[in-house]
Ligand binder design. Structure first.
Ligand SMILES: [Zn+2]
Length: 99
């Protein structure tokens, strides 16, 4: 008797959980999608901040190269310049790899 009750409860719970999972999945995907959009926007903003807004901006490549030369005088080496796709200016970046 006791074991019957237990298995009935287990069955009930299994049905509940499978129903719950099936129902939750669609909702989960929906939420995951919205979350990814938000994450992507936040990621873009973070990339932009790191690659552009947080950096010194130079109007020309020559200005940026001058800045690199100045840094090198202070012992800061391994920098290079790149054209910024966000502001069309020039920024410095450090190369993690050795040339
Ligand atoms: Zn920029």
């Amino acid at each position: 008797m006791a074991s019957n009750k237990r298995s009935a409860r287990a069955k009930q719970r299994a049905e509940f959980e499978s129903g719950f999972d099936a129902g939750a999945m669609g909702d989960l995907f929906e939420r995951e999608h919205a979350r990814n959009d938000a994450l992507e926007a936040a990621h873009d903003a973070a990339v932009r901040r790191r690659a552009c807004e947080s950096k010194m901006r130079y109007a020309s490549r020559a200005d940026a190269l001058d800045a690199i030369a100045a840094c090198a005088e202070h012992g800061r080496r391994g920098l290079s310049v790149y054209r910024c796709p966000y502001c069309n200016g020039w920024h410095l970046t450090s190369h993690p790899r050795k040339p």
